[in-house]
Write a protein that binds this ligand. Sequence first.
Ligand SMILES: [Fe+2]
Ligand SMILES: [Fe+2]
Length: 144
Amino acid sequence: MTSRLNLAGFTQEYIVGIEELDEQHKTFFTLLDKIGKAAPDMYRPLDEDEADAVIDVLNELRDYALLHFRTEEGYMQEIDYPGLAGQKREHNRFITDVIRMERELMNGTAMPAITIRNFMHDWYRDHILNLDKPFGQAYKKIKG
Ligand SMILES: [Fe+2]
Ligand SMILES: [Fe+2]
């Protein structure tokens, strides 16, 4: 069994309908693949070198998430979206969780890469489906 089984990337069901946001979501799922490259056996606890490589990927993912959240919240402000505060809260929680994982890795906590990868993947999937998609619909209703 290779570690690349079961890795689902961006699919059509994630389409929010705002092109810039869809492109960013797509890029996020592509960046996620880098975790698998940094730690080829995703089911084994990371050794020190792998942990360093995964921390680099997490840094990149966190920077990209920050850029994306800023962009997305900008679209929300444009239409005075009532869900903005809730979205901001969730976005901040994600960043806090990523920082916590980076810190755990830096402190030598041996976790398998799949734990990190699944957390990222599942967070983004649930967030897009439950929060970003309803926003996309609200945005299109107003902007056409
Ligand atoms: Fe969002
Ligand atoms: Fe998003």
